[in-house]
Design a protein around this ligand. Structure first.
Ligand SMILES: Nc1nc2c(ncn2[C@@H]2O[C@H](COP(=O)(O)OP(=O)(O)OP(=O)(O)O)[C@@H](O)[C@H]2O)c(=O)[nH]1
Ligand SMILES: [Mg+2]
Length: 203
């Protein structure tokens, strides 16, 4: 959960990486982890699904240093879309400050993507069905695969009713596009958090 400490000017953001099975969630985390410089790696070890350091990654801590005057940490968590999310996943999602939704560009994964975004929307809705306001950035993976296997990014976004979301086409194996997507979600999350937090301290 984003905890902004206005006095100490420290900020910790939680970003959830959500998407269908095999869409590229772990590849995205690994691409980010492998490409950030040592100074931006969090002091803790990233974790795999089994809870031990290694592959595939499902939790990556980042230490961004000073961002707009805030000492900023980001925790990235990969969450697969299960109908009955377990308590831990629900908690992580409940505390999320932003979501990177990974959609697989392969035509064969069209329905899997749609089911995943439906699961995300269902899990973000409160008991009354109202959606929590949360920045969501769309990452369309596997752009490096042969064109005949893929759908156009605009078709993928439209099929997910996600046309209005910031969208980044990525090759997650090479890491192309991931930093721009990460920047977009962190920027949007920070704008949501810092504005109310600083209002709170000045009033
Ligand atoms: N060519 C290509 N392969 C990708 C890309 N993204 C992911 N993959 C591959 O697709 C497979 C699944 O990727 P993962 O990152 O494990 O997918 P995931 O979403 O973590 O999958 P689960 O944890 O099983 O839900 C792996 O073999 C990846 O190397 C991409 O952009 N391009
Ligand atoms: Mg994974």
């Amino acid at each position: 959960v984003a905890r902004a400490d206005a006095a100490a000017r420290t900020l910790t953001l939680t970003v959830v990486v959500f998407g269908a099975a095999r869409a590229g969630k772990s590849a995205l985390l690994r691409a980010i982890h492998d490409r950030v410089t040592a100074e931006h790696r969090g002091s803790e070890e990233p974790l795999s699904e089994s809870g031990s350091p290694g592959f595939p990654l499902d939790w990556v801590p980042l230490d961004l240093g000073d961002v707009a005057g805030w000492q900023t940490r980001v925790h990235l968590y990969a969450i697969p879309p299960q109908e009955q999310a377990d308590a831990t996943r629900r908690l992580v999602l409940a505390q999320a400050d932003g979501v990177l939704f990974v959609a697989d560009a392969q035509a064969s994964r069209f329905e899997a993507n749609a089911e995943a975004i439906a699961a995300l929307r269902a899990q973000l809705a409160d008991e009354a069905g109202a959606a929590r306001v949360l920045p969501i950035v769309l990452v369309i993976s596997k752009q490096d695969l042969p064109e005949e296997l893929l759908l156009d990014a605009s078709v993928v976004a439209a099929s997910l009713a996600a046309d209005a979301l910031p969208t980044f086409v990525c090759d997650l194996v090479r890491g192309e596009g991931v930093f721009r997507a990460l920047q977009a979600v962190i920027g949007a999350a920070m704008r949501q958090i810092i504005a109310p937090a600083s209002e709170g301290t000045t009033s």
